[in-house]
Design a binder for this molecule. Structure first.
Ligand SMILES: *[C@@H]1O[C@H](CO)[C@@H](O)[C@H](O)[C@H]1NC(C)=O
Ligand SMILES: *[C@@H]1O[C@H](CO)[C@@H](O)[C@H](O)[C@H]1NC(C)=O
Ligand SMILES: *[C@@H]1O[C@H](CO)[C@@H](O)[C@H](O)[C@H]1NC(C)=O
Ligand SMILES: *[C@@H]1O[C@H](CO)[C@@H](O)[C@H](O)[C@H]1NC(C)=O
Ligand SMILES: *[C@@H]1O[C@H](CO)[C@@H](O)[C@H](O)[C@H]1NC(C)=O
Ligand SMILES: *[C@@H]1O[C@H](CO)[C@@H](O)[C@H](O)[C@H]1NC(C)=O
Ligand SMILES: *[C@@H]1O[C@H](CO)[C@@H](O)[C@H](O)[C@H]1NC(C)=O
Ligand SMILES: *[C@@H]1O[C@H](CO)[C@@H](O)[C@H](O)[C@H]1NC(C)=O
Ligand SMILES: [Cu+2]
Length: 617
């Protein structure tokens, strides 16, 4: 894609983490805007334990932790291939057997690794017999590749049982993320994996410990729990898993990580929860936080770190304490952050051991205590400062009163179920609950030049919640007003948004001077405070159809989302044609599946479509 691609040099380079990473052969500089003046030179990987800020020297400009990955990334010419097979399997990650849905027979799924600028080509095989699936690569902005975003009902039709789909996209950002099914409750039952895009960092470390996913865990099938929670409060999670494992009572086992005294380790924390948000810490040690989602930040030290669903933090741990074993703790702050039986007992833990001690008595557990009690707040980390400062043109921000186009109210309502007695929860943005059609994704409306059929319908109870941002490349501002007393992790696809403000109260004109236009934090998930407001901005520089939604699986299932159509005429026609072809395959399966008979009512069909949205990253 993109303007100028200039071959700079041919060079093999080796990364600190060595063997897992292939060699890059070609290096080009690729920019989405303003073709650069690029000279020729020898490009060298300069990322070492004592210079993690550096990535590649010799390119003009050089790539490092200050590079704006929204507009620039190395083009390595490397394509990494992965196959992901989705199937049912019984595993016992917390010691209790559960029929799960897994990737390549394992949980979490295969770790996907690439270097900044590589192309990832991943084929997903649906080896299940009774469900479709689609795979979403959380936080990857899909620069000019919206049809690879993996959101069934929006950017594709689901993959039918027995079929496969090839996703291919460039890793234009670097850091830590995860991927998961976007179909129904599937991710909560195991269709989750982690992903590392190797790149520079804002502080030095010796070794990369890799990804460390943390999630809530349910004995029951998440699909059924979702239906059960349609009319009530979300279910209490039974346990949690850290790096895919947990000891609960006498069964299961704790995740164990070894450290060598004197070394500095990078750990990539990811919250892959369905409903729980956590405060995490490692007894005796600080975390030096270097990245939030895919955005490098100015490093800071903290004892406890808050991770909302879908959020990631890359931290550095200094192994500078007495050589014993330490508890790593994850605690769900009470009340607003979800509920978890294991957390109430303070037992969501993992073990970090200094190797010297491992040999003396491998059977013992740590006896350490937290230095400071976990904060009880359920709110984002504050004071995060991106390493690369990017201002937002504040003079383009216009405050709108009640009916302004940039104001989005978010409220909990209820409506008749349609397929059983009583009412169900209905989370509405601007008065309308999101609904998608598996067989007629939004990109198909774009392909068929039928966007006008998707006009915003703010007064409908249920709808596609489409906001057409038009063809222009410009700044868009949204003020989300939470009319309900629960916080929500708000996630946007296709962009790292700019967080201009997060307030514990409704946003009023008097608060405009408090907005940060100078160097606001950028990321892809931000907490909308309970009864408060979240003011966001982004630049429509990425043509596509992008979902914005609450990452609490129950809430998006119950409608809490909307979609932006951005510069539709620039979306690749061949890519849209490919989706249209895939939809025929899906339709052929869906029209003959026995599940169809349960879909006789329109509402039931709509509920099914909503359930299809449950898992989203
Ligand atoms: C996006 O892709 C289209 C079609 O391939 C191409 O014409 C356009 O230049 C690309 N835009 C960007 C910003 O990469
Ligand atoms: C998907 O699978 C779940 C769990 O096996 C099942 O309850 C549900 O009916 C299936 N739904 C569809 C649409 O295939
Ligand atoms: C997480 O688990 C994987 C698979 O068992 C293991 O390879 C990795 O080292 C673990 N990570 C940490 C930080 O312990
Ligand atoms: C993960 O996110 C969920 C939902 O936002 C949240 O309830 C949970 O506490 C988070 N977990 C961690 C470890 O931060
Ligand atoms: C974090 O703490 C360590 C150890 O005390 C110190 O060396 C480092 O400079 C601190 N980092 C920041 C960003 O303050
Ligand atoms: C830790 O102890 C276990 C059990 O004795 C052993 O298998 C393992 O190799 C040890 N690990 C290290 C890094 O010494
Ligand atoms: C939200 O609803 C208001 C009132 O109906 C409407 O004026 C506004 O355009 C809607 N906002 C969006 C982004 O659709
Ligand atoms: C539509 O919603 C707006 C904002 O809530 C409200 O003022 C207006 O009366 C509604 N219109 C109709 C026709 O319901
Ligand atoms: Cu929510």
């Amino acid at each position: 894609m993109l303007g100028s691609r200039i071959l700079l040099a041919s060079l093999a380079f080796v990364l600190a983490r060595g063997s897992a990473i292939p060699e890059a052969k070609l290096l080009q500089v690729d920019r989405r805007q303003d073709p650069p003046t690029v000279g020729r030179g020898v490009v060298q990987n300069c990322n070492t334990a004592t210079n993690r800020q550096c990535w590649m020297n010799g390119a003009l400009p050089p790539f490092n932790a200050n590079t704006d990955s929204e507009t620039q990334w190395p083009v390595t010419g490397v394509e990494k291939f992965y196959d992901l097979h989705i199937s049912k399997k019984t595993l016992s990650p917390d010691g209790n057997a559960k029929e799960m849905l897994v990737i390549n027979g394992q949980y979490p799924g295969t770790l996907i690794q690439a270097q900044w600028g590589d192309r990832l080509t991943i084929t997903v095989y649906n080896d299940m017999t009774d469900n479709g699936t689609s795979m979403h690569w959380h936080g990857i902005i899909q620069a000019n590749s919206t049809t690879q975003d993996g959101v069934n009902g929006i950017t594709e039709c689901p993959i039918a049982p027995g079929k496969s789909r090839r996703y291919s996209f460039i890793a234009t950002q670097h850091g830590t993320t995860w991927y998961h099914s976007h179909y129904s409750g599937q991710y909560g039952d195991g269709i989750v994996g982690t992903m590392i895009i190797y790149g520079p960092a804002t502080a030095n470390y010796d070794e990369d410990l890799g990804t460390f996913p943390i999630t809530d865990w349910y004995k029951r099938n998440v699909y059924q729990l979702g239906i059960a929670s349609e009319a009530g409060a979300p279910p209490t999670a039974d346990t949690s898993l850290i790096n895919g494992t947990m000891k609960v009572g006498t069964v299961g086992s704790y995740s164990k990580t070894n450290m060598v005294k004197g070394k500095k380790y990078r750990l990539r924390l990811i919250n892959t929860s369905v409903d729980n948000m956590y405060q995490v810490s490692l007894d005796g040690h600080d975390f030096e936080v270097v990245a939030a989602d895919f955005v490098p930040i100015k490093p800071y030290n903290t004892t406890w770190l808050f991770i909302g669903i879908g959020q990631r933090y890359d931290v550095i741990i200094r192994a500078n304490q007495p050589t014993t074993k330490y508890w790593f703790r994850a605690q769900v702050p009470s009340g607003l952050c979800g509920s978890n039986t294991l957390s109430a007992a303070g037992n969501i833990k993992a073990i970090f051991s200094y190797i010297a001690n491992n040999n003396t008595n491998p059977a013992t557990e740590p006896t350490t205590l937290p230095r400071v009690a976990a904060p009880t707040t359920c709110a984002d980390e504050t004071g995060l400062v991106p390493q690369l400062s990017k201002p937002v043109p504040g003079n383009q921000f216009v405050f709108h009163n009640n009916n302004g186009e940039n104001k989005l109210t978010l409220a909990l309502s209820s409506r008749p179920s349609g397929n059983r007695p009583g009412t169900v929860n209905s989370w509405r943005i601007n008065g309308s609950e999101l609904d998608v059609e598996w067989s007629h994704p939004t990109v198909k409306y774009v392909f068929d030049n039928q966007i006008s059929l998707l006009a915003a319908t703010p007064n409908n109870t249920i709808g596609k919640n489409v906001i057409n941002l038009g063809e222009g490349n410009k700044w868009h501002f949204f003020a989300i007003q939470n009319l309900f007393g629960l916080p929500h992790p708000i996630h946007l696809h296709g962009h790292d948004f700019y967080i201009l403000g997060q307030f514990g109260s409704q946003f009023t004109e008097a608060m405009v001077p408090q907005l940060n236009f100078v160097n606001p934090m950028r990321r892809d998930v931000a907490m909308l405070p309970a009864s408060g407001s979240l003011i966001l901005a982004f630049d429509s520089n990425n043509p596509g159809v992008w979902l914005m939604h609450c990452h609490i699986a129950w809430h998006v299932a119950q409608g809490l989302g909307l979609q932006f159509i951005e510069r539709p005429s620039l979306i690749s026609r061949p890519a849209l044609q490919a989706v249209d072809n895939e939809c025929k395959v899906w339709d052929a399966w869906y029209n003959t599946t026995p599940f169809k008979k349960f879909d006789s009512g329109l509402r039931k069909e709509k509920r099914d479509a909503l359930m299809g949205m449950v898992l989203e990253g």
